[in-house]
Design a protein. Structure first.
Length: 304
């Protein structure tokens, strides 16, 4: 029982991790990305909550990944498309939402994919129909074609995304982003600035405001690639999952409002690295854990 101890994530030589069929709770730590020697990860049949950390994408040697039969929420991270050795992926019987990411199409060794019994999934990449033993989740079909560039796995485990690609990944993670012009099919480099709730300075995205818009899904780790953001407000929605560690990439952020959602997990240490932050509002979520002493380093804060 209990959560997975942080001491597990310090076992730097670990190649096989199997914690199946226990009664473990809590969320998966982003520190799993530090165990780069892992070839097999199986943590099925527990009661884990929160989202799947994007840092799983750093495990380039993993051939088998199973997180089935838990209570995981949020979207399937596109960073799994960096697992170039992956042959088997089982995320079935959770509460995952959004798209089954197109990036999985780039995994040439992937033959077995299970994502059934996730009622919140809306569509799956067409390439998955060719994978051995893939059973389409009940009630959903192939995703419509998109012009969003596909992330190609390389020797670098964390793909470099343009702001346009990053915003399109953010859009994929959200459900009902409030306006039909949140679209990634136009192909125009400046089209982001016409999206509802998006403010630009020139062609740089500086503000995203989608408050009280009945937006569901989760916050994509790709958000951290929109490095020109100064203000982010997603309050009053139905967002689930945790705050992605990649938010530390928003080095110019002065205002962060994620209040009144259903975010879970602890407050990521990456929040405390946002040295320019002046406003921080995380009211009315389901977050757990303790407050970090690192908050004292955010000396520009005027409202918490």
């Amino acid at each position: 029982t209990g959560s997975i101890s942080d001491s597990v994530w310090s076992l730097s030589k670990l190649e096989v991790l199997n914690l199946d069929m226990n009664s473990m709770t809590g969320s998966l730590s982003s520190k799993i990305g530090e165990l780069t020697k892992l070839s097999s990860v199986s943590i099925s049949g527990n009661s884990l909550t929160g989202s799947i950390p994007s840092e799983f994408g750093l495990l380039a040697s993993v051939s088998e990944l199973s997180l089935s039969n838990n209570a995981l929420v949020g979207s399937i991270p596109s960073e799994l498309g960096s697992l170039i050795s992956l042959t088997s992926l089982d995320l079935s019987s959770n509460s995952l939402t959004g798209r089954v990411p197109d990036e999985l199409c780039d995994l040439t060794q992937l033959s077995e994919v299970s994502v059934y019994s996730n009622p919140g999934l809306v569509c799956y990449a067409s390439c998955l129909s060719t994978k051995t033993s893939f059973i389409p989740p009940s009630g959903i079909s192939e995703c419509a074609p998109t012009e969003t560039p596909t992330v190609v796995p390389s020797s670098s485990p964390t793909p470099i995304l343009t702001p346009e690609e990053a915003m399109c990944n953010v859009q994929k993670g959200l459900i009902g982003s409030g306006d039909e012009n949140w679209s990634c099919t136009s192909g125009e480099p400046n089209s982001l600035c016409s999206w509802s709730g998006v403010t630009c300075a020139g062609t740089d995205v500086t503000e995203i405001s989608l408050s009280s818009g009945s937006v569901g899904g989760s916050i994509s780790p790709s958000l951290g690639r929109v490095t020109t953001l100064t203000s982010l407000s997603l309050s009053g929605n139905e967002l689930t999952g945790s705050i992605p560690a990649s938010i530390s990439g928003l080095v110019d952020l002065t205002s962060l409002d994620l209040s009144t959602n259903d975010l879970t997990g602890s407050i990521s240490d990456s929040v405390w690295s946002l040295s320019k932050l002046e406003v921080l509002n995380l009211d009315m979520n389901s977050m757990t854990g303790s407050l970090s002493s690192k908050i004292g380093e955010l000396t520009k804060l005027s409202s918490v």
